[in-house]
Design a protein around this ligand. Structure first.
Ligand code: BGC
Ligand code: CA
Length: 347
């Protein structure tokens, strides 16, 4: 609350200054103030927290170029209605650019209407609205990654591991018994990652047998519970655990630790994201690998676009797909890569 007051006062003061300038002889050339409102689906999501922290840093770097920046953040605790109210509040407070990580990616209409009424452009991120909705207005954008690519990469990593180590097929039946831990139902990254990882294994001639799957909503604790159930149903049959993100892969590892499994009796675990905890687990060989979801790249692209949209400079330098989309590539991370990424971070 206090913070809000301070920022609100800041915004009002800045606006006052701008008005003041425009009364004088020298009118400011362009708007050099970026009041960025960031609305995200849930403040307990590891990846999103890291991503919005990067975004804040990225936008602040433009201060050096003489752009004044204010960032206001709002987490919606999983409620679209709360998020709609937050967006309204952010617009009322004077934000001139919005970055929105929808709670329900099929329900952006109210937010779009609110923003459009005040001509505030929106950069959606990470939770991709359906294409029809993004076409509602030409000041709507999406920054994210191609979900299918992460599934394929996770599958390729699994193929390589299985081909290199016959011991992964513990019961020596020529098939890999696997389970999947899935993110939220309806999230593009959950459905598409799962489809693509399984397809990639099959396409590469790996015989697989699905034992079970569980939805754990991207969450470590939920994944641990799901995994405990799957272990009790399948005893020692599970040879491979495919998780739609690192937090859920770590939750699966937690489940085995809770049951005191020895290292040699563990299945292979694979995640996606390259969160700090995920990278540490890859470095420590607890997680066989992960696929990096380039939050730094996404944050940088969002900041660049936010600056261009508010100052009117630099739009021509940005490369879009289908005019409104920016996708950053994923990349695979094994032990060496994890070490390097962690070193870079701690520098
Ligand atoms: C990430 C998840 C995250 C989700 C939130 C996905 O891209 O991989 O870790 O929970 O986005 O929308
Ligand atoms: Ca087997």
């Amino acid at each position: 609350m206090e913070m809000k007051k301070v920022l609100a006062a800041g915004i009002v003061a800045c606006m006052g200054a701008q008005l003041f300038c425009s009364c004088g002889k020298e009118r400011p050339k362009e708007e050099r103030q970026v009041y960025m409102g960031v609305a995200y689906y849930d403040q307990s999501d590891t990846f999103i927290n890291a991503l919005v922290a990067c975004l804040k840093e990225e936008i602040q770097e433009y201060e050096e170029e003489g752009v004044e920046t204010v960032t206001l953040m709002r987490g919606a605790a999983g409620s679209q209605r709360t998020q709609n109210d937050q967006v309204k509040e952010l617009i009322d407070m004077g934000c001139n650019i919005l970055c929105v990580n929808l709670v329900d990616r099929s329900d952006p209409s109210e937010i779009i209407d609110l923003a459009r009424e005040k001509d505030v452009p929106i950069i959606f991120f990470n939770r991709e609205p359906v294409a029809e909705d993004l076409r509602q207005w030409d000041r709507l954008y999406y920054v994210g990654a191609i979900a299918a690519q992460s599934g394929v990469m996770q599958g390729e990593m699994a193929v390589e591991l299985i081909e290199a180590d016959p011991g992964i097929d513990r019961n020596k039946d020529g098939k890999i018994q696997y389970v999947v831990l899935e993110g939220e139902a309806g999230h593009q990254d959950a459905i598409i990652r799962t489809e693509n990882v399984v397809d990639t294994l099959k396409r590469n001639g790996i015989e697989i047998e699905k034992l079970s799957n569980g939805i754990a909503n991207w969450n470590r604790a939920q994944a641990q519970n799901q995994m405990l159930q799957m272990i009790s149903q399948n005893q020692n049959k599970i040879e491979l655990v495919l998780a739609n993100n690192d937090d859920m892969a770590l939750g699966a590892i937690d489940a085995y630790a809770k049951l005191n499994y020895t290292e040699s009796a563990l299945p292979v675990f694979l995640g996606i994201d390259g969160t700090d905890a995920g990278l540490e687990a890859v470095r420590d060989q607890k997680l066989a690998g992960t696929v990096y979801n380039d939050k730094e790249g996404q944050a940088e692209a969002m900041a660049e676009l936010a600056i261009a949209l508010t100052t009117g400079e630099g739009m021509d330098r940005i490369e879009f797909e289908n005019e409104q989309y920016i996708y950053l590539p994923y990349f695979k991370v094994t032990q060496r890569g994890a070490e390097n990424l962690l070193k870079r971070k701690n520098r």
